[in-house]
Design a binder for this molecule. Structure first.
Ligand code: C2O
Ligand code: CU
Ligand code: CU
Length: 423
């Protein structure tokens, strides 16, 4: 009656998943199903009403990663949903077209809930955007990339999720929950929406034939113009939209090639096959990729912008562990600030709720063109520094904090997280 677009999402366990063909997967959880969740889709300008029901035996939450919304609707560790309860989140979507996602975000236990399969895509469409491949499942394909370990009988192996420096690194890749995936394309241009929904692993994605493709969007919206690449690096929580050209009849392998072990941590090192793609013997024509995508250049840094520094060391931020009762930073509504992230140790990344930021510099130099778009998560290789231009939203709430944290979920759970309020 109020014109809101309604969605019902149920967190559940005990569904019959078969993640490894022919084997019943014990231990998988899902949203409205046995593993992962449905793709939620809304337009810019829509009012959405999400009813999240928890049918797990334990408390959880559901966080809208990348969404700009009031802190009470954010689904972080302060919006717990008890077993059997339903939590309602409502807001109006007012941000550009993007590929976003949702996942639990409970204090100290996010890694296990996400690893078991609680995650799904949230796509925002902008009717005023440029013409891009957009037929879902045909020339607009989401790819949720996750690494897992399985026992011999197909049960999800959760050992390691909450141990070691980085938590779990899996030896088996699932794409959209599918083992050894295959996709047939029927058009000359295909858009892939990549989401790294792994707990820890960083991928360097491209193709076995090293073909060039175009990045069209980063976490939180479109680039200004297509950025040609042959590899893109994507760390947990990040999204990258790409457009790839195909020729009739060809077979193409999308893969991930690790970084050299001398320069990288073990979360960046391994090689994987991600997806086998076969192009049909006749391909439908696609509109050419537009020269401009609707994104804007990185804005100038405002004179006198507040600068905040965050030192990442071990699993602490500024030598502090997460404390649910401590507000670490107080920010003015609508502020544009510089956040400097200084990683003094092994690899991390850094995600800020509600905001959109631009990477000004990584290790003192501007990022590659494909990372110059709107972002909410940035990867910090070991001992790297990042300078971010952060634009805060207008949702004032001095009592309810938003989070910033490392999105390697083992680190997040260990306390590598802080809280800010917008006043
Ligand atoms: Cu993807 Cu604080 O989360
Ligand atoms: Cu988030
Ligand atoms: Cu980390």
């Amino acid at each position: 009656p109020d014109g809101a677009k309604r969605f019902a999402l149920t967190l559940q366990s005990g569904g019959r998943a078969e993640l490894i063909p022919g084997k019943v997967t014990e231990g998988a959880w899902g949203i409205n199903g046995a593993y992962l969740g449905p793709t939620v889709r809304a337009h810019r300008g829509d009012k959405v009403r999400m009813a999240v029901t928890n049918r797990l035996a334990e408390t959880s939450t559901l966080h809208w990663h990348g969404m700009r919304l009031p802190a009470r609707m954010d689904g972080g560790p302060h919006q717990m949903i008890d077993p059997g309860a339903t939590w309602i989140a409502e807001w109006t979507i007012d941000q550009p077209a993007m590929t976003s996602w949702f996942h639990p975000h409970l204090h100290e236990e996010t890694a296990m809930h996400v690893y078991r399969g609680l995650a799904g895509l949230f796509l925002i469409d902008d009717p005023d955007g440029p013409p891009l491949p957009s037929e879902y499942g045909v020339d607009d394909i989401p790819l949720i990339v996750q690494d897992k370990n399985f026992d011999r009988d197909g049960t999800i192996d959760t050992s390691g999720v909450e141990s070691g420096t980085f938590g779990l690194l899996g030896d088996t890749i699932l794409i959209n929950g599918t083992y050894d995936p295959f996709h047939e394309v029927t058009t000359r241009l295909v858009r892939f929406r990549l989401l790294n929904a792994s707990n820890t692993r960083v991928y360097r994605i491209g193709f076995a034939d090293n073909r060039t493709f175009d990045v069209i969007g980063t976490d939180a919206g479109p680039l200004e113009r297509p950025a040609p690449v042959d590899r893109v690096k994507i760390s947990p929580g990040e999204r990258i939209e790409v457009v790839v050209r195909f020729t009739a009849g060809e077979t193409v392998v999308m893969n991930s090639l690790g970084e050299d072990s001398r320069s990288a941590n073990d979360i960046e090192e391994d090689d994987f096959t991600l997806l086998k793609i076969v192009a049909g013997s006749r391909l439908d024509d696609s509109d050419p990729l537009p020269a401009t995508l609707g994104g804007t250049p990185v804005p100038a840094v405002p004179a006198g912008a507040t600068v905040r520094r965050f030192e990442l060391s071990g699993s602490e931020i500024n030598n502090k562990d997460m404390d649910m009762t401590r507000i670490d930073e107080v920010v003015s509504a609508g502020a544009v600030e510089i956040w400097e992230i200084d990683n003094t140790t092994y690899a991390h990344n850094f995600h800020i709720h509600e905001v959109v930021f631009r990477i000004l510099e990584i290790n003192g130099t501007p990022p590659p063109a494909y990372q110059a778009g709107p972002k909410d998560t940035v990867f910090l290789p070991k001992e790297a520094t990042a300078r971010l231009l952060v634009r805060f939203g207008a949702f004032v709430d001095p009592l309810t904090p938003y989070m910033y944290h490392c999105h390697l979920l083992r680190h997040e759970d260990k306390g590598m997280m802080g809280q800010f309020v917008v006043v």
